[in-house]
Design a protein around this ligand. Structure first.
Ligand SMILES: *Cc1c(COP(=O)(O)O)cnc(C)c1O
Length: 458
């Protein structure tokens, strides 16, 4: 076996979902109906959907079996006991509080520890994390290493926290104003880039010097642990489970979206060490999510997550997962398509600004590229750039730091031939890049415009 290098999908398919093939004319009509906004496309008009990896993965036969076992008792369900045990097997926090999604865990935690005048550092805040912090009147500040902000620069841990910047921030703002330090693993908004165990130990040391708690935004903890195993020599002999537990041991709590490395379609949790904090969070939970043994979830969802957590730390699964993302990234680089390097855990990010330098920034090169991938082959990615971030609260429009198109890979959902198809589509679009034109916005809402704005070609 050792001389065979092909990494196969470590599963076979038991249940299939048809992909409806579309013609170029049909896709053109869909684009027009959608106002050139890919969020407005009916998903049946999409052939390969790489809009997000959140909640879009395929569940295993064991997860579907566990769903049958789900116990829907309002209080004290055995499904909660299984869920709690599965979480604590990896993250041995005394208090595990289920929620319907990651953002619900954030909402509860920041409602309790946030507020005006407070500051939360993080390598890079995910958008819901930032929004939930700012909603309480607190401030969210990113302290990722400088390498993490340069798309074309190679570095094994571009998600790492800049320890000197963190220390300086704590001193400048005062530790009494910093309720907690956050670290996002992997750093989603920074390109799905991992954080090393060594860096997390460094963050812990800074927190200890100032008496501050450390929280993980752990949505992609397993992908992060695999990349640590591969890239951090001191961890090469550790299992993924050991790495996850080592990271948990450094933290005082975590927020989690089970739609990512929970391998489930819905769910999340908040976990903390502190008894008094847990009591206050459970009080908010009961107001907004539900009783502490189900959060916002059905018993069957708790079962699916419990089973998913066992499967996600499997080395064969993670080898395939990380390798298949890199497979797409490597092929695009070979075709001279500019991407964020190195490839992260869950997605490949195309640098649309570098690929389409002739399109003015306020004619949205990212949006233009995302539309073109759909037009060419029914592939749906997501613009992460000026459409998403360009409109400021004062009404002005400013180009975002980068114009990227994210191709997020749903877990266990597409095979290598689907990815080969995506590679071909991107290459075709790249070969006629000079003819691609920009877009203008014809209608937009006051907030989060990328979801509903309408566009027209210029
Ligand atoms: C998805 C995500 C969240 C929010 O989780 P939801 O389940 O979508 O509410 C928070 N942080 C990170 C890093 C994420 O990727």
């Amino acid at each position: 076996m050792e001389h065979i290098r092909t990494i196969i999908e470590p599963f076979r398919i038991k249940s299939v979902e048809p992909i409806r093939m579309s013609t170029a004319a049909e896709r053109e009509a869909s684009l027009e109906r959608a106002g050139y906004n890919l969020f407005s496309l009916p998903s049946r008009d999409v052939m390969i959907d790489l809009l997000t990896d959140s909640g879009t993965g395929a569940m295993s036969a064991e997860q579907w079996a566990a769903i049958q076992r789900g116990d829907e008792s309002y209080a004290g369900s055995p499904s909660f006991v299984r869920f709690e045990a599965a979480v604590r097997e990896l993250f041995p926090f005394p208090h595990v509080i289920p929620t319907h999604q990651g953002r619900a865990a954030e909402k509860i935690l920041f409602a309790v520890i946030g507020g005006p005048g407070k500051v939360f550092p993080n390598n890079t805040h995910f958008d819901t994390t930032r929004a939930n912090i700012e909603f309480t009147g607190a401030e969210a500040i990113d302290v990722v290493i400088p390498e993490g902000r340069q798309p074309s620069l190679e570095h094994p841990f571009k998600g790492n926290v800049d320890l000197a910047a963190l220390e300086a921030l704590i001193v400048a703002r005062g530790k009494e104003n910093i309720p907690a330090v956050f670290v996002t693993i992997t750093n989603n908004s920074g390109g799905g880039q991992p954080v090393s165990l060594e860096n997390l130990r460094g963050v812990r040391a800074v927190c200890d010097r100032h008496g501050l708690p450390l929280y993980l935004d752990a949505c992609r903890f397993a992908e992060n642990a695999w990349l640590v195993r591969e890239r951090e020599p001191a961890c090469a002999h550790m299992t993924v489970k050991e790495i996850v537990r080592a990271m948990a041991a450094l933290a005082d709590g975590m927020t989690m979206s089970a739609k990512k490395d929970g391998l489930a379609n819905i769910g999340g949790w908040l976990a903390v060490r502190d008894d008094e904090l847990a009591r206050r969070c459970r009080n908010v939970l009961i107001l907004t999510e539900g009783f502490p043994t189900y959060g916002g979830l059905a018993g069957r969802d708790l079962e699916a997550i419990a089973q998913g957590l066992e499967e996600v730390v499997d080395h064969d699964y993670l080898r395939y997962r990380i390798r298949s993302t890199a497979y797409l990234g490597d092929a695009l680089r070979k075709a001279d398509v500019p991407i964020v390097v190195p490839t992260g855990g869950h997605a490949v990010y195309i640098d649309a600004r570098a690929m389409l330098p002739h399109i003015p920034l306020l004619e949205y090169p990212g949006q233009a590229l995302a539309i073109e991938l759909y037009r060419e082959g029914g592939v749906r990615g997501c613009e992460i750039g000026t459409v998403m971030f360009g409109r400021k609260p004062d009404g002005t429009e400013v180009p975002a730091a980068m114009d990227l198109v994210r191709l997020a890979i749903p877990r266990r959902t597409y095979t290598q031939s689907h990815i080969d198809y995506v590679i071909e589509v991107v290459r075709h679009v790249a070969s006629r890049r000079k003819d691609i034109r920009g877009y203008r916005i014809t209608a937009e809402p006051p907030q989060l415009r990328h979801f509903t704005a309408r566009f027209a070609p210029v």
